[in-house]
Design a binder for this molecule. Structure first.
Ligand code: PLP
Length: 456
């Protein structure tokens, strides 16, 4: 096969972005402000600085600066594993017999196995600079906990991870990677926090949820001196750090003269999707170019496609600021047969606002069709994808098949956020033919949505 461009659209170190891009600066309607749950008023920098370190609280509230310099120490760390490859999926195109050109940005080339390291290193850098001794967080599937443990090892910070109990038990290898990098791992809910003890009393034997682990991590962080809470998704600061994905993608596409038509990302809390599309969305918002953006979510946790755009709690314990977002209600817990991540009840307020303005489309897909796409992709492209990433693969394949039917040679770009090495129990279920799909009923969603706070 003779190719008109290389398999990998590489950037050299010197062609790498040195600033993050903040898409909020170009949004006419800004994402709704975070509210203090006690006063119902927008949170101030001082209030937010009690939870996050100050520089990150500033980034969280900054709706106006389009570019923010990436500090040199972070750039140096990025150089160890970035730029991440932007790959032309020649073999997938051939297998699908499509005229479309498919590209994927692969973020799984580091030990944490996902894009989460891009923000973990930034958040620990600012914590270290502020003189903190450590950070506390939660992890669901385990990628964020791993990324944060790696970043803390690099900067010499303590790291405590509340790991959703079912993952703690079902993913012992992920847990051990986290411990190897020096972090403490506690299964959540635990009896080490008031919120955890309360949840254990009300729901004995619960296998935990992300919302509950967040509440424990926040409580643990704010009750210990020299500590702050850090979060690996959903927040606007995380989208800012993840813009490195989109900026590199844009630079590589421009270098090779490719104009993207469709850009696809999986959406859990919205950080990889938001990061990938940010600079392209900036062009769209400024009227310089047009793109079709597609967010892909699991049918079992469909916050964009079936949720409501309202203020909601970010965590089960209701200790975090309130965010206006597409949400299924903070009490929503995806069915236990749901295998991968992407199980958060809400969505980044930036992605939510862009979706509400119809600048992004959303699709929900069922997990067996996601694993079929993962298998087909792995067999031709030689990378075992994370189940989360495979949501984007599913829709990229669907769009490429549509191009086969219409004969259009569209350029399709999708985010391949990570590898699936720690998800073998899910792959085993799929391979054994015992994986099933679960779609929540309207009543279930209405029940958890009824618990959202009454605001405005
Ligand atoms: C965490 C994670 C996601 C989902 O998080 P977003 O904030 O929506 O990007 C997707 N893929 C992988 C591999 C992850 O680790």
């Amino acid at each position: 096969m003779k190719h008109d461009m290389p398999y990998k659209l590489m950037l050299s170190e010197s062609e790498m972005p040195t600033q993050w891009y903040n898409v909020r600066a170009d949004m006419k309607t800004k994402p709704a402000p975070l509210l203090n749950p006690a006063t119902g008023k927008p949170v101030t920098l001082d209030e937010l600085s009690k939870v996050f370190c100050r520089e990150l609280a500033k980034q969280e509230l900054d709706d106006v600066s389009p570019y923010i310099d990436i500090p040199e120490e972070i750039l140096n760390f990025y150089h160890m594993y970035r730029p991440s490859p932007l790959v032309r999926a020649y073999f997938l195109e051939k297998a699908l017999d499509t005229p479309a050109h498919i590209f994927y940005k692969f973020e799984g080339n580091n030990t944490s196995g996902s894009h989460k390291l891009n923000s973990a290193i930034a958040q620990t850098y600012y914590a270290k600079k502020e003189g903190l001794t450590g950070v506390t967080t939660e992890t669901g599937a385990g990628q964020w906990g791993t990324a944060l443990a790696m970043a803390c090892a690099y900067f010499g910070l303590e790291c405590d991870v509340f790991m959703v109990k079912c993952s703690y038990e079902q993913k012992p290898f992920r847990r051990e990677v986290i411990r190897t990098f020096g972090a403490n791992v506690t299964p959540s809910p635990s009896d080490t926090t008031a919120v955890g003890r309360d949840i254990l009393k009300r729901f004995p034997g619960t296998s935990g949820s992300l919302g509950c682990a967040i509440s424990e991590a926040v409580e643990s962080a704010i009750t210990r001196p020299g500590r702050r809470y850090v979060l690996g998704s959903v927040l606007s600061q995380v989208l800012l750090h993840q813009s490195i994905i989109g900026l590199e993608t844009m630079a590589a596409l421009k270098k090779y003269g490719v104009k993207a038509d469709i850009i696809i990302g999986c959406a859990g809390g919205g950080s990889n999707l938001g990061g990938l599309i940010s600079p392209f969305m900036g062009e769209k918002l400024r009227g310089e170019a047009d793109y079709k953006f597609i967010a892909v979510e699991p049918a079992s946790c469909p916050s964009l496609t079936r949720g409501k755009y309202v203020y909601d709690y970010c965590d089960t314990g209701k200790v975090c600021p309130l965010a206006k977002m597409y949400t299924l209600g903070s009490g929503f817990i995806p069915s236990s047969n749901h295998a991968g991540g992407l199980r958060y009840h809400g969505m980044s307020s930036v992605v939510s606002e862009l979706y509400d303005e119809k600048l992004i489309e959303a699709r929900s897909v069922e997990q067996t069709s996601v694993f079929q796409a993962a298998r087909d992709f792995a067999r031709v492209e030689g990378t075992l994808p994370a189940p989360e990433s495979s949501h984007a693969i599913r829709v990229a394949i669907d769009e490429a098949i549509r191009c086969r039917e219409t004969g259009e040679a569209k350029n399709i770009v999708f985010g391949l956020t990570g590898t699936g090495f720690f998800d073998m129990t899910a792959y085993q279920k799929f391979n054994d033919g015992v994986m099933s799909d679960y779609i929540p009923t309207d009543e279930e969603i209405a029940r958890s949505l009824a618990e959202t706070p009454k605001i405005g």
